[in-house]
Design a protein around this ligand. Structure first.
Ligand SMILES: [Mg+2]
Length: 472
């Protein structure tokens, strides 16, 4: 069988490089892309990285590290346009291209030697093509027999790098590879591994697979597998989004619940409209809150039926917020929908109404059924992050997404599960009364049509369904 080759293509400081390409006055200077001085860094130019500025860093910290830092707002539309061009260019090489985020992709290069020559030649050709279609952006390419090694390889000679990890060199490469470089090994896992004296991927193999399984469960098996160079994942050309979310960082921390709800409404509208456009619907609504001290919590609730309705998303988000005792002033709030399933059409099975239709929305008893889930730190889905960045266009919002080139990027959503990791959702609670849901669908459709015709700003929903009546 032909040697399996996976390529990982990663744009170099993508957002920042785009800004430097489009505005020559920014070239050679420390640049950070971010929504506002209150948000976080979405991307940092290499000049800024020299000062320790990197993605996900609070902008205030970044400015302290590098006072001459030039902060520019993100332009998601421009990045998306270039991203499409890059992905199209990659598809000229192989039909098996999997966009992993706005600025990186996997490409299955197995068996393409006959067309493009040895894999290093193909790597050079890919880089040249990307440079060409973007009008001057560089990327780093890694090639290896499996996905996770390809990703690590693309980082080896960054920026503008090319690194080929040949099958015969994999064992030696892994022997000394810091274990934290294995995707899924986060900070918490590192502490546990350190206690076992495990610093490199090679060290992992000193213990048996069974040992890792006993110790860390599925995450342990995963770790042992990766440390052995095994990654069965295929390059998946069609990636379905797994979640849709929106979030905003405030210009000033706030504890004003009415204000928080107002933001939730705008976010629910953004998320709902986007879901409807993609004909998606999700069962799980997640509220995310980041406090003034950057501690971040999220609460989720699952509905019996998937929804794409703005009002339902908003209602659920408000209930999650109502059930929350705010520990501090709030810096960021966001809402997401995940757990996608088919939006039901036609007659639906009757569920026992646990709440009485027609009651005031604010008056529902919701606490009992709603065991929120609390997680600290990061761990959102890729898509959630990328969509969140969409808000970077409006005033006072910030983007937090996957534009991470450094080891930060390895703290992914699939962080190795240590003891105490929480997962799963709260039990389904009361369903939305069908007549209500029907009305909501109608309203959504009408407003989506208005928005299509007159633009996003044309629809200010709060005025239409009595936003202020929700105030406590
Ligand atoms: Mg990148």
């Amino acid at each position: 069988m032909a040697q399996r080759w996976i390529m990982h293509i990663d744009m170099d400081a993508f957002f920042a490089s785009v800004e430097q390409m489009d505005d020559p006055s920014l070239r050679g200077k420390p640049v950070a892309v971010g929504g506002s001085h209150r948000g976080v860094v979405s991307a940092a130019s290499y000049e800024a990285r020299r000062f320790g500025v990197r993605s996900a860093l609070p902008m205030s910290t970044a400015l302290r590290l590098c006072p001459q830092l030039i902060v520019v707002p993100g332009r998601m539309r421009r990045y998306a346009e270039l991203s499409h061009r890059i992905m199209d260019a990659l598809r000229e090489f192989s039909p098996l291209v999997e966009p992993a985020s706005v600025d990186e992709a996997y490409l299955d290069a197995t068996g393409l030697e006959r067309l493009f020559g040895p894999v290093e030649n193909m790597g050079m050709a890919v880089k040249a093509r990307v440079l060409d279609v973007t009008g001057g952006l560089t990327c780093s390419v890694g090639a290896a027999p499996v996905k996770f090694l390809a990703k690590i390889a693309s980082d080896v000679n960054k920026p503008n790098g090319l690194f080929i990890l040949y099958p015969e060199d994999v064992a030696e490469f892994l022997r000394t590879l810091p274990v934290g470089r294995i995707p899924g090994v986060g900070k918490r896992s590192l502490d546990a591994l350190e206690q076992l004296g495990v610093r490199s991927a090679g060290d992992v193999l000193r213990y048996s697979r069974e040992f890792w399984e006993r110790r860390f469960g599925k995450g342990g098996v995963h770790l042992h597998e990766r440390a052995s160079g095994v990654d069965p994942r295929e390059v998946e050309p069609y990636s379905e989004p797994k979640s849709e979310s929106a979030e905003n960082t405030f210009a000033e921390d706030t504890a004003d619940r009415a204000l928080l709800r107002r933001w939730l409404l705008a976010q629910a509208e953004r998320v709902g409209a986007s879901l409807r456009r993609q004909r998606l619907a999700g069962r799980t609504i997640t509220l995310k809150v980041k406090y003034a001290d950057f501690r971040s919590i999220s609460r989720s609730h699952s509905l019996p039926e998937p929804t794409a309705s703005t009002e339902t998303i908003f209602d659920e988000a408000c209930r999650l917020l109502d059930a929350l005792t705010l520990a501090d002033k709030v810096r960021l709030i966001g809402v997401g929908v995940s757990n996608f399933g088919p939006a039901h059409h036609g007659p639906r099975q009757l569920t026992l109404p646990l709440e009485i239709p027609g009651r005031g929305k604010g008056g529902k008893e919701s606490g009992q059924d709603r065991k929120g889930r609390e997680t600290t730190g990061r761990g959102k889905g890729r898509d959630a992050g990328a969509r969140g960045a969409d808000g970077a266009r409006s005033v006072g919002t910030s983007a937090e997404h996957d534009e991470q080139d450094g080891p930060d990027g390895l703290d992914g959503p699939e962080e190795l599960a240590g003891p105490g990791r929480q997962s799963g959702q709260a039990a389904p609670a009361a369903s939305i009364p069908p007549p209500d849901e029907k009305r909501r669908k109608k309203l959504d459709a009408a407003l989506d049509a208005l928005r299509d015709r007159h633009g996003r700003e044309a629809v200010v929903r709060g005025r239409l369904f009595g936003f202020d009546s929700r105030k406590k």
